[in-house]
Design a binder for this molecule. Structure first.
Ligand code: SF4
Ligand code: ZN
Length: 717
């Protein structure tokens, strides 16, 4: 390698990285040695709430780390690699990448060591390791480009203003942000809200950047169908499917250089404000803070879907999780404290862009008020259908929550809204609810809506006068929906959204079985097809019935076969035991066979404890996902549990023997109703939960005592 120009700079970087990798590895080995000396070789080792132990070692080495001594050989191997590279006269890019890999392994171990004493190694809002459940929850937003990409900030911004500019830019584009090192303190000092719910994860110090990498790696493992040890496939996945980049700010020391090499090993590009050697599409120097994010977005080919909304406060998914406390609320409406409702209705007389306020706006409303509120959105468009009203109306929730300073919960006449004092100080008014809804509905539903008009009513008499009309529309919709069954329609829909992560996964969405993410039901899919006829939701004719009970149709099988690229030949829509539908990774719940009880258990993503299968949700999820059929296990949307078609081919609702208490509580009413319909009154009480036991024997004892109907059912296999 020559000693001039970029190359020499590059080899200097790699040399520095070599020193850094050595240091990191030494630190890891020393830490591991100390644990072995003090606590023994068998000491449990791995991150909490994940199915993958140490995800990076799992993915690249095929190593299922369970105890501390499991990592000794691989660290030793990496050390020898480094020594070998170190002794070379000339170091090339491939050596650099190898060093990067060694650094990743070291950082993964160093961070995991922090969890030996304590499952909570970091104090909130610092996240440290991000649990699998968070990744799965983000699933759909990541695949439909609501979250267009992940920006990892790393280092220390030379000026806070520039840093803030970049962060705001990412937030306005809806990016997921991760931050490490001094950047975190800098953001804190500027009162930027940090945390999982704000889509701005403060990961921790220098080595904590590994949590961005193991997050990306787990996307490949949980959605991409990549198996442990498939290094090449994983690297490919990271390069092609993971839309992440690193923004490095500040100085480069040896360890930073080593970590940078680690990012490059994974194909994650780095935009830096330092004089690093540029590498085609991988390392780009950009010192102008206003250009950094744009450069990164171009580099990674990230698509931004978010439209700019004309309001005086920031707007984007980053603010969705914002909570406004009563004392910080300038005003609130609904939530049983006042009369309120929200309604989307099809109306040919819609005047596009018109916002009308009937009653007072914020300026005439005193601080701390509880006000009556009606929000009526009139929409019109050639392809608009009555059926789409509810789909569109449900989006009010998310579109309002995206505004910093507006909090929205519930729906219909059970909605609840708060507007914060600080937002009002920035100029936010009720009229802006109209601006938000008009611009979002226009952009998100452009295929079906050509005109939008919003009426905001704060006059109590007028709200009261209009409420009955809204109630009538709601109940008419409900009636129509409950009549919508798999038998009454001839067309189902595919959903291929998750293929950007799980390339062979196909969801078939039917009136009685919604997508496993819980976010797409049949009407949603139908609407989305009308809006984007070439989009991820395509109509499928059921055509000939092969097996009615199990839900096998010729037309469906053909499409599944084609869309899964030949990987899945047939599916039974209503069976989990025989050719079940595949799962991507973002399922809300998992149904699993419990052979001891001749029944099934269901666990929801939020429940992190043990289950009768002997596996926690995270471990189970690891076996279910990735777009393959796994008889006996299936990812489902929560609402499918109370559908008439819930594993009806395997015996249906009466098969359920265990669910976490929180899940039972959450679906209780609908569940009882369905059970009654099936002549299984009181079924909920016969279903065990974690307070009764998590071992199959305990569940069996309980259901026997309770005379659970499953005891009289034929064997499941
Ligand atoms: Fe993904 Fe299926 Fe949900 Fe579509 S319906 S977003 S494919 S999980
Ligand atoms: Zn999915």
């Amino acid at each position: 390698m020559s000693k001039t120009g970029g190359e020499s700079k590059l080899s200097m970087l790699i040399r520095a990285g070599c020193e850094g990798a050595k240091k990191a590895l030494e630190l890891a080995q020393n830490g591991v040695g100390e644990v072995i000396r003090n606590k023994g070789e068998e000491t449990r080792f791995g991150y909490p709430e994940t199915a993958y132990g140490l995800p990076i070692l799992y993915a690249f080495e095929g190593l299922e780390v369970k105890k501390i001594s499991d990592v000794v050989p691989v660290l030793e191997k990496m050390k020898n690699e480094i020594l070998k590279i170190n002794s070379k006269e000339l170091i090339g890019v491939s050596d650099g990448l190898e060093l990067g890999k060694a650094t990743l392994y070291a950082a993964e171990v160093i961070e995991a060591l922090k969890y030996i004493e304590n499952e909570r190694a970091y104090e909130a809002p610092i996240t440290g390791f991000v649990p699998d459940a968070v990744l799965r929850k983000l699933g759909v937003s990541l695949v439909d480009d609501t979250i267009p990409g992940v920006a990892v900030f790393f280092g220390k911004g030379s000026d806070v203003k520039g840093l803030l500019h970049m962060i705001r830019e990412c937030q306005e584009k809806g990016m997921l942000i991760m931050a490490c090192m001094d950047v975190i303190e800098q953001l804190k000092s500027e009162n930027i809200a940090l945390g999982i719910e704000r889509m701005l994860y403060p990961l921790g110090g220098l080595t904590a950047v590994i949590h961005a990498v193991n997050f990306a790696v787990r996307a490949g493992l949980s959605f991409g169908g990549i198996k442990k040890g498939q290094e090449e496939e994983m690297l490919n996945y990271l390069k092609k499917r993971v839309k992440a980049f690193v923004v490095h700010l500040g100085v480069v020391n040896e360890v930073v250089a080593a970590v940078a090499l680690g990012a490059l090993y994974c194909g994650i590009p780095i935009i830096t404000d330092c004089d690093l050697p540029e590498l085609d599409k991988l390392v780009v120097v950009e010192k102008d803070a206003t250009k950094v994010i744009g450069t990164a977005i171009d580099l990674k080919g990230i698509k931004i879907r978010l439209t700019k909304v004309p309001i005086p406060v920031p707007y984007g998914p980053a603010f969705e999780g914002e909570i406004i406390r009563k004392k910080d609320a300038y005003l609130e409406a609904g939530g049983t404290r006042s009369i309120s409702f929200e309604l989307v209705r099809m109306n040919d007389n819609t005047i596009d862009g018109k916002i009308e306020i009937i009653g007072k706006d914020v300026d005439e409303i005193p601080f701390g008020s509880t006000i009556p509120l009606g929000i009526v959105v009139d929409v019109a468009g050639k392809k608009m259908e009555k059926d789409f009203e509810s789909v569109i109306e449900r989006r009010i929730h998310i579109f309002l929550n995206y505004a910093e300073g507006i909090w929205h919960a519930g729906q219909r006449n059970l909605n609840w809204i708060r507007m914060s004092k600080s937002a009002v100080e920035k100029g936010l008014r009720l009229k802006h609810i109209g601006d938000i809804l008009i611009s979002k509905f226009r952009s998100e539903f452009s295929g079906v809506i050509s005109r939008v008009q919003v009426t905001i009513i704060t006059d109590e008499e007028e709200v009261k006068r209009r409420l009955p009309e809204a109630l009538a529309i709601y109940s008419e919709r409900d009636k129509r929906l409950s009549g919508l069954t798999d038998e009454t329609v001839s067309t189902f829909y595919t959903c291929l959204l998750c293929q950007s992560f799980a390339p062979d996964h196909v969801c078939i969405v039917t009136p009685e079985r919604l997508g496993l993410c819980g976010a797409i039901n049949w009407l949603d899919a139908k609407t989305s097809y009308e809006i984007t006829p070439t989009g991820p939701n395509q109509p499928v004719e059921k055509s000939d019935v092969i097996d009615e009970k199990k839900g096998s149709f010729k037309g469906i099988n053909q499409v599944v076969m084609e869309k899964s690229h030949g990987k899945v030949e047939e599916i039974n829509l209503y069976s989990m035991m025989d050719k079940p539908m595949t799962s991507c990774g973002c399922f809300e719940c998992i149904v699993a066979f419990v052979p001891e009880c001749n029944g099934v258990m269901i666990v929801n993503r939020e429940y992190s404890g043990d289950t009768p299968t002997g596996m926690k949700f995270s471990t189970l999820a690891g076996t279910v996902g990735g777009g393959v059929q796994v008889p006996g296990f299936m990812g489902i949307g929560r609402q499918y549990i109370t559908s008439r078609k819930f594993i009806s081919g395997d015996g249906g609702l009466g098969r359920i023997v265990w669910m976490p208490k929180m899940l039972k509580e959450g679906i209780k009413d609908k569940f009882e109703e369905r059970a009654k319909e099936l002549g299984l009154d009181g079924l909920m009480d016969k279903i065990a939960d974690e307070t009764i036991g998590v071992r199959p024997e305990e569940v069996l004892e309980y259901i026997t005592k309770k005379e659970h109907p499953v005891l009289k059912m034929p064997p499941m296999i």
